[in-house]
Design a protein. Structure first.
Length: 197
């Protein structure tokens, strides 16, 4: 079986692949992400492919590999919410999310260097925050989980205490909708089955 190349250094994506015993190597893409005014879904799909193309340009020796590019964003009122620049920015994000629903969207591109085929799909999950008090927000900011993460929270950590409900894939919110990805693997090659990983 071709070994998977993950064009990312995301600890959460690596954690998910390891959890499901999918063999892979992480080779981060050199792409510098740039957002546009396009709809968030279109942007994450575009960026997931651009990550692969940038990696292949930098490392042509990977041209026959199976490569996964992924990009996840948080969309709030159809606007992409990036990573907070400081605690005040994170506080504003959490107050905006309080008592409301936002979307987490992941775009996936799977490239098979042996067939030259690209498969692209996306997943959307709704995340509804509880109505947060100022004390709850201050406590969460004190955990430092808001640092270096889109939207200023981590669902797999203390951020779970802020969330009232989710609709859709939990793993999508972590950055890799695993069932969608598995379907892409089997679409590319039927030999990729749960019992043959």
């Amino acid at each position: 079986m071709q070994k998977l190349i993950l064009a990312s250094q995301s600890p959460r994506r690596m954690e998910i692949l390891k959890k499901f015993s999918i063999p892979f190597s992480a080779v981060p893409s050199p792409l510098k992400e740039e957002f546009t005014d396009d709809p968030p879904k279109e942007q994450v799909i575009r960026l997931s492919k651009e990550k692969i193309d940038a990696l292949l340009k930098e490392k042509p020796e990977l041209s026959e590999s199976l490569i996964l590019g992924a990009d996840t964003c948080i969309s709030f009122h159809h606007t992409i919410m990036g990573k907070p620049s400081d605690s005040a920015h994170a506080e504003k994000m959490l107050k905006d999310f309080s008592g409301k629903t936002h979307q987490v969207i992941t775009g996936l591109t799977l490239y098979n260097g042996q067939t030259l085929k690209y498969t692209q799909k996306s997943e959307l999950s709704d995340v509804t925050f509880a109505s947060l008090s100022d004390k709850e927000i201050a406590w969460y900011l004190s955990t430092d989980e808001w640092k270096d993460v889109a939207g200023g929270y981590r669902i797999q950590g203390n951020g779970a205490l802020l969330i009232e409900s989710i609709s859709g894939s939990y793993y999508n919110i972590m950055g890799l909708p695993i069932r969608l990805f598995y379907g892409m693997l089997t679409e590319q090659n039927p030999q990729f089955t749960l019992w043959n990983l």
